[in-house]
Design a protein around this ligand. Structure first.
Ligand SMILES: *[C@@H]1O[C@H](CO)[C@@H](O)[C@H](O)[C@H]1NC(C)=O
Ligand SMILES: *[C@@H]1O[C@H](CO)[C@@H](O)[C@H](O)[C@H]1NC(C)=O
Length: 330
């Protein structure tokens, strides 16, 4: 096969990434148990004690490692699709921002590439700013896996964690990137479809108001094109099973069907298709420690409008099928 080395490395990077995301946590738990029952049980115990002592770090700004965020792995992963980061305006590094990211897609590759790594040039585009991807706190309970997540700058989605990251007395130039629709939105990820969950999501507005952080609409074009999961319309049997599991566990059972390493018909490798994450203009939010629900609704309405405008004005540049691409907000 006449495929250049660089493309093979990109495929390898995507292959390892997908296995990390799908099986990394189970493997970490397995390795930890093996360690505790091995000759080196004391190392397992020491790690366990250290981890318990360190358990709150995901609510206190995390522990990003610029070295890990700059691994070559991420540069190869970026080039596989490629993943790109685009800004529409400069951000002021003396302020903090809440990046409200859409859509979740199957596995949020755009958010990962742009906000967990330095490969797409976040530091260059936004000098003086630091970025933290936000995820469910449960991931930080998994031994070893949590250390990688923390090194990539990831923090917990708890209220405490967000209030800390966006606290203007503690930080300047912090960005907390939240995927607002979360696991529920992942179930609606199908190629060329952009169905996002926003109408009932108000918690992030409240956090922005309480901290005075500006709200930034962020949209990843092409994120839903990376996999073609089986069709699961509302009320289908598959969908009902998926919703049930999500309600019980918080995790959506998904079928990341893409391509294989050596063939293109089936497998869990994402499809090689570009993802462009566009960072919109910030919506200034007045600090308000006790926002009323009317005040929250007003900011929510303004933000929803900004997101729709961002989608409409930018889709032409990044989607070949922009004429049929519609943002559906639920
Ligand atoms: C980060 O990685 C890039 C690309 O591999 C390299 O050019 C750059 O020097 C690295 N930065 C640091 C501080 O090592
Ligand atoms: C981040 O990437 C830029 C290139 O975009 C590179 O110059 C810089 O050294 C990297 N930073 C770190 C800390 O590795």
């Amino acid at each position: 096969m006449n495929i250049p080395m660089s493309r093979r490395l990109q495929t390898l990077a995507a292959f390892f990434w997908i296995y990390l995301i799908l099986f990394g946590e189970a493997l970490s738990i397995y390795l930890f148990i093996q360690l505790v029952y091995s000759r080196f049980w004391w190392a397992g115990i020491l790690y366990g004690v250290w981890m318990l002592n360190d358990i709150e770090i995901c609510n206190r700004g995390g522990r990003a490692s610029e070295w890990v965020r700059n691994w070559t792995w991420w540069y190869c992963l970026r080039d596989y699709f490629p993943i790109k980061l685009v800004k529409t305006v400069d951000l002021d590094p003396s302020k903090n921002y809440l990046f409200a990211c859409f859509p979740h897609g199957v596995l949020s590759l755009g958010a990962f590439g742009n906000f967990c790594t330095n490969a797409t040039g976040f530091q260059k585009l936004f000098p003086g700013m630091t970025c933290h991807l936000i995820t469910l706190g449960g991931h930080f309970l998994v031994p070893f896996f949590r250390d990688l997540a923390l090194a990539l700058g990831v923090c917990s989605s708890s209220q405490e964690s967000l209030m800390h990251l966006l606290d203007s007395q503690k930080y300047q130039g912090n960005c907390a990137s939240m995927i607002i629709g979360g696991a529920a939105e992942a179930l609606d990820a199908h190629p060329k479809e952009y169905k996002v969950i926003l109408s009932r999501r108000k918690g992030f507005i409240r956090v922005a108001m309480k901290t005075g952080a500006s709200l930034v609409p962020v949209f990843s074009f092409g994120e839903t094109d990376l996999f073609h999961p089986p069709s699961n319309p509302e009320n289908s049997l598959l969908r009902r099973v998926q919703e049930k599991v999500r309600q019980l566990t918080g995790v959506s059972p998904m079928f990341p069907l893409g391509r294989g390493v050596f063939q293109y018909s089936y497998g869990v490798l994402p499809i090689r298709s570009p993802v462009t994450t566009v960072v919109g203009a910030p919506l200034e939010v007045k600090k308000n420690l006790e926002p009323t629900s009317e005040e929250i609704d007003a900011v929510h309405a303004e933000f929803s409008e900004r997101l729709a405008t961002l989608f409409e004005t930018e889709k032409v540049k990044y989607l070949k099928y922009h004429e049929e691409a519609k943002l559906v907000v639920t």
